[in-house]
Design a protein around this ligand. Structure first.
Ligand SMILES: *Cc1c(COP(=O)(O)O)cnc(C)c1O
Length: 244
């Protein structure tokens, strides 16, 4: 394991009490969104995004009762996971390079950003070799963002076909990140397109894809209204990040 290449701030800016208050506030926002569209808040899980923050961020989440956190760099997971309780799950939400699949599968229980057939075949083989059965999400570029990773909506059936052929992978749903510059309308379109893509895959393949990972600190209400089951929250829990 390589240590010390990524510099985390030594401590978090927020105290645990502030973090817990932030969690309560976020849950209230989710509840209000649910009230607007008749959903049950228990259908939506909060996935803390601990990237760029020290392991204390994950320990706060654990203390609050959460059992999953997420990172967008494999190395950050490698550095933090050994310092956290063993029953905390680590989910990967960053772009996954093919040469990082093996280290990623050693650390992360869930990979939310699978976006090509090549990656699926490689991941299936390596998961089998490591004797793990990761849950995967397909990252879909449902906001048609030229700058974003993720497969195109039209490619999603090819990915699903490939993944269903890999007995070591469990496809549970789809994930999307809206265009950064697009504003709320384009975020809503991104979320609606992701849900429609999921519904189409379910009816075409007669499988269940229950999870829709969509919504971040700035757009969680719109995501919940569009059907999100997992909101990935960083700054609304831990305060603004100093790094990307
Ligand atoms: C950083 C990140 C988030 C969290 O963003 P916030 O706006 O801080 O909530 C969510 N999803 C992905 C993929 C990220 O990289």
């Amino acid at each position: 394991m390589t240590l010390g290449l990524i510099c985390f701030p030594l401590s978090l800016v927020v105290t645990y009490e502030q973090f817990a208050a932030n969690c309560d506030a976020v849950r209230q926002r989710i509840k209000s969104a649910c009230d607007q569209c008749g959903r049950n808040p228990s259908e939506i899980r909060i996935l803390p995004v601990t990237k760029t923050n020290p392991v204390e961020a994950a320990l706060y989440a654990y203390r609050y009762g959460m059992r999953s956190v997420s990172e967008n760099k494999v190395q950050e997971g490698q550095e933090k996971k050994p310092l956290a309780p063993a029953d905390l799950r680590w989910e990967f939400i960053g772009h996954l390079q093919s040469n990082k699949v093996k280290p990623a599968l050693k650390i992360f229980d869930i990979i939310q950003t699978v976006d090509s057939v090549d990656l699926i075949l490689r991941m299936g083989r390596i998961a089998e070799e490591l004797n793990v059965k990761p849950e995967i999400y397909f990252q879909v570029n449902s906001g048609h963002d030229p700058a974003k990773f993720g497969c195109e909506i039209e490619e999603a059936p090819l990915l699903l076909e490939a993944a269903l052929g890999q007995s070591s992978l469990r496809v549970v749903g789809l994930m999307a990140v809206p265009p950064i510059e697009g504003g709320m309308d384009s975020a809503k379109r991104t979320f609606d397109n992701l849900r429609i893509c999921r519904d189409d895959l379910e009816s075409k393949f007669k499988v269940k894809l229950p999870e829709l990972s969509m919504g971040m600190s700035g757009d969680m209400e719109a995501a919940v209204i569009a059907g999100s089951t997992c909101v990935r929250l960083g700054s609304s829990l831990y305060g603004p990040r100093t790094q990307k």
